[in-house]
Design a protein around this ligand. Sequence first.
Ligand SMILES: O=c1ccn([C@@H]2O[C@H](COP(=O)(O)OP(=O)(O)O[C@H]3O[C@H](CO)[C@@H](O)[C@H](O)[C@H]3O)[C@@H](O)[C@H]2O)c(=O)[nH]1
Ligand SMILES: [Mn+2]
Length: 575
Amino acid sequence: MFVTTADPILEPPIITVNTVLSLLAVDYPANKLACYVSDDGCSPLTFYALVEASKFAKLWVPFCKKYNIQVRAPFRYFSGPPSSSSPDVSSEFRQEWKKMKVIWENTEAQTKGLPHLVYISREKRPKHPHHFKAGAMNVLSRVSGVMTNAPFMLNVDCDMYANNPQIVLQAMCVLLGVNNESDAAFVQYPQRFYGALKDDPFGNQFVVLIHVRKLSGEDLQKEFGNSKVFTKLAAQILSGLNEKTSSPHDFLSSIEAAYHVAGCGYEYGTSWGTKVGWIYGSATEDVLTGLTIHGKGWKTVYCSPDPPAFLGFAPSGGPASLTQQKRWATGLLEILFSSRSPFIATIFGKLQFRQCLAYMWILVWALRSIPELCYAALPAYCIITNSHFMPQVQEPAIFIPIALFIIYNLYTLSEYLQIGLSVHEWWNNQRMLRIISMTARLFGVLSVILKLLGLSETMFEVTQKDQTTTTDDSNANAGRFTFDGSSIFVPGTTILLINMIALAIGLLGFLPAARDGNGSGIGEFICSVWVVLCFWAFLKGLFGKGKYGIPSSTICKSGALALLFVHFCKWTSRI
Ligand SMILES: O=c1ccn([C@@H]2O[C@H](COP(=O)(O)OP(=O)(O)O[C@H]3O[C@H](CO)[C@@H](O)[C@H](O)[C@H]3O)[C@@H](O)[C@H]2O)c(=O)[nH]1
Ligand SMILES: [Mn+2]
């Protein structure tokens, strides 16, 4: 079981501790489980928290198993009243529950058989690219290979605790039960959130992957690097002899080999990150690795059990949500322009055409920012220059855009209503999509252009995970959009300002004379109002204070750009 963490401030160690405890307590023979935590932040705090967690686990794991507790992440479990899925909830249980809660709040310990818990902070050096999470996952694969060498791997982010203790058994049943077992690569669970805000004001949805991967290759040394222990194990796996390789007593003696394979120079000249393990070259290494696996013809399974398998933390607030979306947009576009794009995998590999279409749908997300930006500026341009892009009301052609608008919105709304979501949630997600497109995804395109020009490398910016965000509905600010000084907010603010200027010019009657007698009409006004409605959060931000307000430097930059746009409109209407 692999958990990655990277930054003790953005990812407070208590979050990782809860995820680790929930994994250590899953329903599976404890002596056959090992949990590896990769700490890219090399934080003494995370290390100390995990040492304390391993002490607490000695009480927690038997307690969960004895009373068949459903939610085995302590912070979630203790946030409610005592509960157990055993039918006989006795007074003994209540006593133990209280004791456990006191210990959780103060932590102390005793001993019993437990899964291994291994902390790894891989070696990093300035001149060696570390490949962010993909690099961390490859180190975990190798270290676990030389230490416990289990045939199955489970990968979660540090904030995704196991919400269902049966999940490992379920995933194995799925993998071992599919039609052609040897073709199955991984089972994937959709990501769900705990404490998600009502009506999803930030429109965050993402998927967690459980990778259970089989390795393939010819020249082992070249493929896997020169660790003798690891290469031997890889050879055994490939020849189907891996059952007897792991035994707990040689666990500690494998530490030296673990050091070797976790070194930053280990991968040099090998196939790690290109043919073997998690694939490098994209900030969304999960999609790139999945695509590569699919491109080789492996089958995968998508599983969405109830209760959800894992629950994670959905970023809240403007900056965290947009940073995450920007990374995804960047990573996905990187894949599109790489040699691993789905087109190539379909033509030269074994990716099916429909899989190719599905991948393409997400890989082009970032590119949509450009037409969206143009369309959001178009009504403002038309109003300012008193021209039009919509048919006039009396022309029958007006029904075409009206029909498109109505059909699109009714269709997307029906998708929400059908699964029991609210109209409010639909609207929140619609407006967030417009905001994300014109801010985060636009920046994604820019960062990929810079990368393709060789001017800068793309980064993996870790999402802020904090527990202080409240889900309390009485807290009016819970779903409120927040801002910071990042330039990511400039394009959105500019779009809002130019549409507001256009509406003001139109409503106050300062329109120039129309050229062909056919100036802008109701169509352009409605479009402009729609854009302002989509950017309502930004409109409030113009007048908000503190983190709820757009910083004045951003407003100044956007104001200058908006004036430039108005000038541009005037100039084009003169020529
Ligand atoms: O240099 C790094 C950067 C990140 N991480 C870890 O990667 C995970 C995902 O990072 P997070 O900031 O939580 O990103 P999310 O957008 O929430 O993650 C989604 O998107 C990522 C790809 O962009 C995938 O790796 C994740 O599995 C997927 O949940 C976390 O556990 C981090 O600790 C590292 O280990 N090393
Ligand atoms: Mn995450």
